[in-house]
Design a protein around this ligand. Structure first.
Ligand code: 13P
Ligand code: SF4
Length: 302
C-alpha cells in the first residue's frame, strides 16, 4: 500500500472502531499526520482522562499507553508496537521502591510519569517534565525521593527548598547530548536561544535559556521573537518545529538524538493496530487502582 492509502485506511478504521489516535511529540511525522492529538506526556495524560471514544490507539512508549489504560479501565487501549518501551522506565521496579520506602520512611515519593504501573502504584504522586517542581512542592514532606530520572531530580532540586533524594536512572537519549557540543554551538550561534529538556545532563541544563517539556519547547519557539534556537531534545521534536515554523532556524545539539523506541511505531503499524485491534494494554486491577490515585493527584494540582 502507498502512503495515501494507509492514511485513508487509518481514517476509515478510526470511524469503524470508534477510535482516536493519540501521539507523543517524538513520533514520526507520518504517525502525527493521522493522530487526533499530538502532545507531551502531561497533555496526553490529561486528554486521555477525558476521551469519549471506545478505543484509544496510543502512539508512544508503553508507559504512556499504560497511563491511558489506568485512567480509562473500561476502554480498549492499543499500542501499535508492543516492544516500544522507555528504557528509563524499566530502570526501577516496585520492589526497589518498597526498599527505598523502608530506607527513607519520612520522605515523600514522587515518580516521573516515565515509570511502569507497578512503580506508580507504590508512590505518593506522579509528575511530568512540565510540572515536576509544582508536584514536589505540593507534598507536605520536606524530603522527597524522586525517581527514576536523576537529571530531572537535579533540575527540581535547583528549583525547590525541599531536599531531593534522586534515584540513579537516566534517559540514554538525553544523556548523549554532550556539554562540549552545546557549548561549541552556543559560541557559533550567539544569537540563538538554547532550549533544553530537563532529562539532559546538569552541565547541559546549566547552559539553557529555558528548561522545558517537549510541548513547552514547541510553544516557546512559536511565541518567541527569536529566529534561531538550539533545541536539546529528541530529533522528532526538532522535525516538528521545522515543519510548523519553517521561518525559524532549529539547530540540533551536535549528534541528533533518536529514541529508537519511539521510532518503532510507523504509519503502517498504526494501520495494523486498528485493523487487528492489537496490542491491547492491560493493567492488573489492584495495581491500576493504586496507580490511578497517584496520577489523579497530579492531574488535580496541575
Ligand atoms: P515530555 O513529557 O516532555 O513530552 O517528555 C517525555 C519524554 O519521554 C522525554 O524523553
Ligand atoms: Fe524514554 Fe528517553 Fe525515549 Fe523519552 S526519549 S521515551 S525518556 S528513552
Amino acid at each position: 500500500m502507498e502512503h495515501r492509502e494507509y492514511v485513508e485506511a487509518v481514517e476509515r478504521l478510526k470511524k469503524e472502531r470508534g477510535a482516536v489516535v493519540l501521539a507523543h511529540n517524538y513520533q514520526l511525522q507520518e504517525v502525527q499526520e493521522v493522530a487526533d492529538f499530538v502532545g507531551d506526556s502531561l497533555e496526553l495524560a490529561r486528554l486521555s482522562s477525558r476521551v469519549e471514544a471506545d478505543v484509544i490507539v496510543f502512539a508512544g512508549v508503553y508507559f504512556m499507553a499504560e497511563t491511558a489504560k489506568i485512567l480509562n479501565p473500561g476502554k480498549r487501549v492499543l499500542i501499535p508496537e508492543i516492544e516500544a518501551r522507555c528504557p528509563m522506565a524499566d530502570m526501577v521496579n516496585a520492589a526497589t521502591v518498597r526498599k527505598w520506602r523502608e530506607k527513607y520512611p519520612d520522605a515523600g515519593f514522587v515518580a516521573y510519569v516515565n515509570t511502569n504501573a507497578d512503580v506508580k502504584a507504590e508512590v505518593d504522586i506522579i509528575c511530568t517534565s512540565a510540572n515536576a517542581v509544582k508536584v514536589v512542592n505540593s507534598l507536605p514532606q520536606t524530603r522527597i525521593v524522586f525517581l527514576p530520572d536523576r537529571n530531572l531530580a537535579h533540575w527540581v532540586s535547583l528549583n525547590t527548598h525541599k531536599e531531593i533524594i534522586p534515584y540513579p536512572g537516566y534517559c540514554h537519549v538525553h544523556m548523549d547530548f554532550s556539554p562540549e557540543a552545546v557549548k561549541a554551538l552556543k559560541r557559533k550561534h550567539p544569537d540563538a536561544e538554547v532550549l533544553v529538556h530537563p532529562e539532559a545532563r546538569p552541565e547541559v541544563v546549566e547552559m539553557a535559556d529555558r528548561v522545558l517539556s517537549t510541548s513547552g519547547m514547541l510553544n516557546y519557539v512559536k511565541e518567541s521573537p527569536s529566529r534561531k534556537f538550539i533545541v536539546v531534545t529528541e530529533e522528532g521534536l526538532l522535525e516538528m518545529m521545522r515543519k510548523l515554523y519553517p521561518h525559524k532556524e532549529i539547530i540540533s545539539p551536535g549528534t541528533p538524538g533518536i529514541c529508537e523506541d519511539m521510532k518503532r511505531i510507523s504509519l503502517k503499524s498504526v494501520y495494523l493496530s486498528l485493523k487487528d485491534m492489537k496490542y491491547e494494554v492491560e493493567v492488573p486491577e489492584e495495581v491500576a487502582l493504586r496507580a490511578k490515585r497517584a496520577i489523579e493527584k497530579m492531574l488535580e494540582i496541575t
